[in-house]
Write a protein that binds this ligand. Sequence first.
Ligand code: SAH
Length: 258
Amino acid sequence: MTGHSVSFVGAGPGDPRLITVLGRDLLEKADLVLYAGSLVSPAILDWCSKDCRLVDSASIDLETQINIMVAAAEAGQKVVRLHTGDPSLYGAIAEQITLLGRQGIAVSIVPGVSSFQAAAARLAIEYTIPGGTQTVICSRRKGRTPVPDEESLDRLAAHGSTLVLFLSSGQAQAVVDDLIAAGRSKTTPAACVYRATWPDERIIRTSLTDLPQAMEEASIENHALLIVGDCLQPSGGRSCLYDRSFSHGFRPGGTGDE
Ligand code: SAH
């Protein structure tokens, strides 16, 4: 390694206050910020200094993006690669890390609030249900990007767990058809959160079977998450954590989880 580095920063879902303090510090000091213009909220870029060079990666191929970052890093500049939400989910960072590494550039990653976490907050729900599912599956429906057969929606639906689908709002009807064919009931609670925490955020809560039409009426076909499961309509089960007879590390009792 050359001693030069690039910081990959999770921008959070949209609201500029939802970036981490560390991420904001890096933006404030950055000389170059490469960001995905289609998804990163422009308001986040207000954290950058007025001298910072802002480059929208949307229309630039991968090799050119790498060259831009390498040239700046080698010139001793502070470089930030800004990703929407958290970089670990559908961030396509692995290929960038590999190519930067080949040129002797190290990478450090600052996590961000993912859109799936922001969506839960806006819906005021918990994806895991006391007495119910303890699992949340984040996935996508196959489209131009392939998804392994073992992860097709019908197989994921078999778990009955909470399902959060990224990158699939343009094919809501196909999602619903898959899930119903896999045995999920038509009345399963479903939601769509469009641009969680952006000024034009929209939230739809409905049933699985009514989701596509509700989205069509709201003209939502991208930049949204689909959420399916009983977590959207909890039946009032109580968690063990605060139950009097349940013990954990901070309270005495029998044996317990954390
Ligand atoms: N790394 C990001 C996901 C990038 S993939 C994250 O952690 O959130 C892009 C997809 O994420 C979009 O198609 C949409 O499904 C979802 N997404 C990103 N930001 C969103 C937001 N603010 N509200 C709803 N969905 C969002």
